[in-house]
Design a protein around this ligand. Sequence first.
Ligand code: BGC
Length: 374
Amino acid sequence: MNRYIPTLAACITMLLTLTPSAAATLPSGVKKSHYGTMPDGTVIEQYRLTNANGIVAKIITYGALMTELHVPDRQGKLGDIVLGFDNLESYLKGHPYFGATIGRVGNRIAKGKFTLDGRDYTLARNDGPNHLHGGIRGFDKVVWKAEIVPARNGAAVRFTYVSPNGEEGYPGTLTATVTYTLTDTDELRLDYTAKTDQATPVNLTNHTYWNLAGGGDILNHVLTINADHYTPVDDTLIPTGAIAPVKGTVMDFTTPMPIGSRLLSLDNSPRGYDHNYALNDSGKGMRLAATVYEPGTGRVLETFTEEPGVQFYSGNFLDATLEGKGKTVYHQYYGFCLETQHFPDSVNHPNFPSTILRPKKTYKTATIYKFSVK
Ligand code: BGC
């Protein structure tokens, strides 16, 4: 039998590379499995990403959405900190964008209308009078193609979707990608790209509902948002066009505040937060957008982004009608979202950063969710 006998040089190399912390880590990697089958027979795959510290993220090709994310608490115990379901059938029955990739344009477009280069466009209306999160069949409800891609510091999967010209009313064929990378430094990094053959608005985001306690309501989670301004809205949640200071209002999260401390005193969104914050240092690349700390488990989520804004949504419309993973009923405020994005209804507000992508240009943006404990 041929046995491997290490040479002296190999032994020295092994000793040098096996530092105490490296010895305790696991190899990061990706595993693909069958998740379910669409009514038309299309197979939905699940990709399980693991990192060196045991963090596990699971993403499926339906909606390029994250179904599970297991991260350690202060005691090192892993817990699933995102809302979702146990099977494809539940996702197909309809849900409020749990874990999903959102596009072609995340957030609202007033009355589903805009004018671009002198042409009027009408989009699908799926939120009262408005267009929301890409329409009736947005990027959260389509099947993406997945491929495992190399990552320098972890494990990665790239999802691609080609949105046909005219889909939900949008102009141009758009090829969008989102790459999920789970790094060995405990970050989940989302890199987005898009290319088009006609000018079109694009605003991709992720709609994960976080619950750092792994269950219950999120009202005691302590939130900080790196924004001195927000975009006030009308009673259909369309921005008025103002970029208003948060100082002295219940919108102010520039210092850490429990999410539930001022929830019910909001104008125009009486059930809770559902607002876009205009992040500080817009245009300066990747920077901290928000930090959330859960005192019970010690879990901390930091969100970094290259985007100008973040929609903070406190799970107001969860209403105990959905039974999620492990038969958990999702009550109001059982999860919150931090949707990094361009501002809502940007196509109708020339004073907001533009969402228009033109042919030959590449849309490129990234958001990082970083996990730790304190
Ligand atoms: C919107 C909410 C909406 C939620 C889920 C959020 O991004 O701002 O108004 O209810 O998504 O549908």
